[in-house]
Each structure stands twice: as C-alpha cells, then as structure tokens.
Ligand binder design. Structure first.
Ligand code: TPP
Ligand code: MG
Length: 314
C-alpha cells in the first residue's frame, strides 16, 4: 500500500532541496541577482507545519524563506524569476529572495529585518479574530529573532487577546555565527512562551511527520479558539548563513555537530521508505517543474526603467 502522506511529504521536501541545489549551481553564473539564505537541512520544519494547514491559512516567514514559500504552495516560476530580478517575479523582481510573497496561497511575506514579521502576523491574527474567521495564522522565525524586544511584546499581546496564531521557532542553534548558548542565560524557548500562558511543545528530532503531527494538534486548538500555541523545532542549516557555500572553515560549530544532523536527513529517510518506481516518478516530475521554472526566469524581461518608482513609499 503506498503511503500517500509520505509521498506528499517527500515531494515537498525533494522539491525544496532540489530548488536550492539548483540555486547553488546557478549562483556563480551571476544570473541570480539576490543574496540567498538557504534552508537546506531545515526543510522539515516548513513542510511538517504546512502539512497541517489549509490553503486559506496564512503564513509569515523570514529571509530564509524558500522552504516556507514552496511548502505553502507558492508558485515556483515566480520565485525563480524573483531571484533573477525579473519582471515575472513574485514582486516583479524588485524584492529578491528575502521578500518572497504569494498572497494567493496565504504566503503573506518574509522580511530581511529580523523579527519584523512576528508583530505583522499577530496583527493579522487580530484581524482574523475581529472578523470572526476560522483562519489560522502561523509565523516562522529563527532562534535569533527571540532576542528582539518585539518578540516579547508579540507573545504578550497574542496571549492577552487569545489570538489564532501558531508561533514556530526554527531553532538552528545560531544567529549567523553566534550560538544560542552565547546569547542567552537559558535557551528554554518553550518555558518563555509558557510564562505568557502559551502552550508550547519542543520537537528535537527534525522528523517531518512528528513536526506535522504536533502542528496539526496546535492548529486544531487554534481553530477551537483556545488561543496562541507555540512550537520549537530543533533543526540545522547545512550551508553558510548567507550564500551558496558550506561554512565549515569558520569553525563556529563542530563538524561532528553538523554531520550528526546530515546523517539524520529526513529527505533521505522518507525517500528510502517509498517504493522505488513511485519515488522516481515524483523526482522526475519535480525535475521537469524546476527546469521549466529556470527557463521561465531566464526568458522573463527585467522590469523597465519606467517602473523604478512604482510600488515604493515616497
Ligand atoms: C533587526 C535586525 N538585526 C540584525 C540583523 C542582522 N541579522 C541578519 S540575520 C541575523 C541572524 C538571525 O538569526 P535567526 O533568527 O536565528 O535566523 P537564522 O538565520 O538562523 O535562520 C542577524 C542578526 C537584521 N537583519 N535585522
Ligand atoms: Mg538561527
């Protein structure tokens, strides 16, 4: 019996991994005009959480946003064209990798400024509550974003108003090259959330199904108007903070620490559990989609000079 759920998860994980591997391949050609913060190694968080969402649910993320954009159903052609700075991009090529948006599928946006989308998501959740809608709002942020004052304000306000929002901390252990331990006296993110009376769960395994199950439970509570929920997902980014390269030369983390995460790669684990012909079909379809998206980005024109001052505050 094929496991449809695993097939779905594998397709999502494989698609994100391969898109980012293509970004690594293309980057030296300078056709990608945007800095890129890769999520290779962290895909299970976005894929697991989004597996619990409806298309009508709303997500906000960070500059490390390719995985979330794709997991929420964002259009791949628009994403590639955006990275190329082309007019076929999700923001007509003017925003780049750090500001991906696809409102048609509830991907409300990402930002280069750490923690800014947390209060935006809380504001959206307040609007949902005021309108009496059933939508769930999810905000993804890194461990580093919890160092910002607005994080505490956002948790407090969401808890006070019992807003329909899931906070997802993608704890990859580092803000650029500063470890969590070097930045805070006690890295217990769940305890901090619970101090605001927000129920919190910590998922240490990086296993997509486990993250999905926890997210489904949290989303269920949110739909039952039980108020905000919190998840901390331990994970690891395999590449440098920014750019396509590995960063082992900087020695801010041990090779063993990174290798341990790479050994537990959930993409390989789920892929290995599928029937081989089935897995090949999924992979072939994704490869075709990626090739078409790159061709689309290459063929798309740059935005014209006449629209330089469009879509900006002035
Ligand atoms: C307000 C603000 N402060 C500092 C920076 C510089 N900066 C960019 S990414 C980053 C680290 C954030 O780490 P984390 O939230 O853990 O996300 P990760 O990169 O690990 O996904 C910092 C400090 C910024 N972009 N915005
Ligand atoms: Mg981090």
């Amino acid at each position: 019996m094929p496991n449809i759920r695993d097939e779905h998860l594998y397709r999502q994980l494989y698609r994100i991994r391969r898109v980012e591997e293509e970004i690594i391949r293309l980057y030296p050609s300078d056709s990608i005009k945007s800095p890129v913060h890769l999520s290779i190694g962290q895909e299970s968080v976005a894929v697991g959480v989004c597996s619990a969402l409806e298309e009508s649910d709303i997500v906000f993320g960070t500059y490390r946003g390719h995985a979330l954009y794709l997991a929420k159903g964002g259009d791949l052609k628009s994403m590639m064209a955006e990275l190329y700075g082309k007019s076929g991009g999700s923001a007509r090529g003017k925003a780049g990798s750090m500001h991906l948006v696809d409102t048609a599928v509830g991907m409300m946006g990402t930002s280069a400024i750490v923690a800014t989308t947390i209060p935006q998501a809380v504001g959206y959740a307040l609007a949902v509550q005021m309108r009496g809608e059933k939508t769930a709002v999810v905000v993804f942020f890194g461990d580093g974003a919890t160092d910002e004052g607005v994080y505490a304000e956002s948790l407090n306000f969401a808890a006070l108003k019992k807003l329909p929002i899931l906070f997802v901390c993608e704890n990859n252990g580092y803000a650029i090259y500063s470890s969590v331990e070097s930045r805070m006296p006690d890295a217990n993110f769940c305890e901090r959330a619970e101090s605001y009376r927000i129920p919190a769960v910590r998922i240490v395994s990086g296993v997509t199904q486990e993250i999905g199950t926890a997210a489904a439970s949290a989303i269920n509570k949110i739909r039952n108007t039980e108020g905000p929920q919190f998840m901390e997902c331990l994970t690891a980014r395999w590449r440098d903070h920014v750019g396509p390269d590995e960063d082992r030369i900087w020695k801010y983390r041990s090779d063993e620490e990174l290798d341990d995460w790479i050994k537990r790669d959930d993409l390989a684990a789920i892929g290995g559990s599928l029937e081989p012909a089935n897995r090949s079909n999924i992979e072939a379809a994704v490869e075709t989609e990626i090739a078409e998206a790159i061709a689309f980005a290459e063929a798309s024109p740059f935005p014209g000079d006449e629209e330089l001052l469009d879509h900006v505050f002035r």
